[in-house]
Design a protein around this ligand. Structure first.
Ligand SMILES: C[S@@+](CC[C@H](N)C(=O)[O-])C[C@H]1O[C@@H](n2cnc3c(N)ncnc32)[C@H](O)[C@@H]1O
Length: 282
């Protein structure tokens, strides 16, 4: 891999394992090498990218701009960004939003993000929360726009759509693993249709925006990606969500059984009766 990227804060050439972003060197090591280096102090101005944190930075300015454009951010909006990394997307968001709330688990990334936004005179409109997005209560926001770590996609999406009662938001524009995005978009009868599709569809509509090439990231991931936009529904069905989760788990656990056969089993029927009564017909 080689090349000079410009126009989005990525300022230097890259080779197989070392990238320089802004004034920072970003390194991606093969597993064994990285394990050996874990715990060692980092050189000043350098940072090692962690596979375990899904640290694949989106570097194509055209893709970054498309994501921001399709998010339809208004000048008065507060945008929630999960996993801002070194701030490639954050800087673009700050060009159009009133405020960005960025939740980032890696304090080394936070340091770079703060430095870059301060240099751009944008720091006062950025609220950085250095924490695990799955464990943090989000402040009020209007929209979500994020290139999220793929390892937390399911749990994060559930947190967002199941939390809409507390924190209503217009939409979430998310860069996801392509396969995961296909499942969100799947319809009954499609091979990708699964429990996740059903659970998300209960509370939200999902729109396909675009596919994103592996080459648009540093380091290049193994999987393809897609951008989708999730719109929480205005009217939320009156259903106990925990019971609904249990119900759909039962439905999708027995892959080779029809629903009729699954629910003929006595113990299953007693477990779901309450859930479907008055709300959902089988
Ligand atoms: C795919 S990178 C995206 C970076 C940046 N948004 C971009 O597009 O270049 C994911 C980012 O999420 C962060 N991250 C990973 N797990 C997280 C978690 N549980 N909570 C918050 N941030 C997390 C990583 O440290 C990384 O910076």
């Amino acid at each position: 891999m080689s090349g000079k990227l410009s126009g989005n804060g990525v300022t230097s050439t890259c080779n197989r394992i070392t990238y320089k972003v802004h004034s920072w060197r970003l390194r991606s090591y093969p597993k064994e090498q990285w394990r050996r280096r874990r715990g060692e102090g980092e050189e000043e101005g350098s940072i090692q990218l962690l596979k375990s944190r899904g640290q694949h930075l989106l570097t194509n300015p055209r893709v970054l701009e498309s994501i921001v454009r399709t998010s339809r951010i208004k000048p008065e909006d507060t945008v929630l960004e999960i996993g801002p990394g070194t701030g490639n997307l954050t800087l673009k968001l700050l060009e159009v939003a009133k405020k960005v709330v960025a939740v980032e688990i890696d304090k080394r990334m936070v340091e770079i993000l703060c430095k870059r936004t301060a240099e751009g005179g944008l720091r006062d409109r950025l609220n950085v929360i250095c924490s695990d997005a799955l464990k943090t209560d989000f402040p009020q926001f209007d929209l979500v726009v994020a290139n999220i770590p793929y390892g937390i996609s399911s749990r994060l999406l559930a947190k967002l759509v199941f939390g809409t009662k507390l924190n209503p938001f217009r939409s979430a524009t998310l860069l996801l693993q392509k396969e995961f995005a296909r499942r969100l978009l799947a319809k009954p009868g499609d091979s990708e249709f699964n429990r996740l599709s059903v659970n998300v569809k209960l509370l939200a509509e999902v729109e396909f925006i675009m596919d994103v090439s592996k080459n648009d990231f540093l380091p290049r991931p193994k999987v393809d990606s897609s951008v989708v936009k999730v719109y929480p529904k205005n009217v939320i069905p009156d259903v106990n969500l925990e019971e609904w989760w249990a119900f759909t788990r039962t439905c999708f656990n027995k892959k080779n059984k029809t629903l009729g056969a699954t629910f003929k089993a006595k113990e299953e029927v007693s477990g779901v009766n309450e859930v479907v009564k008055g709300t959902w017909a089988l």
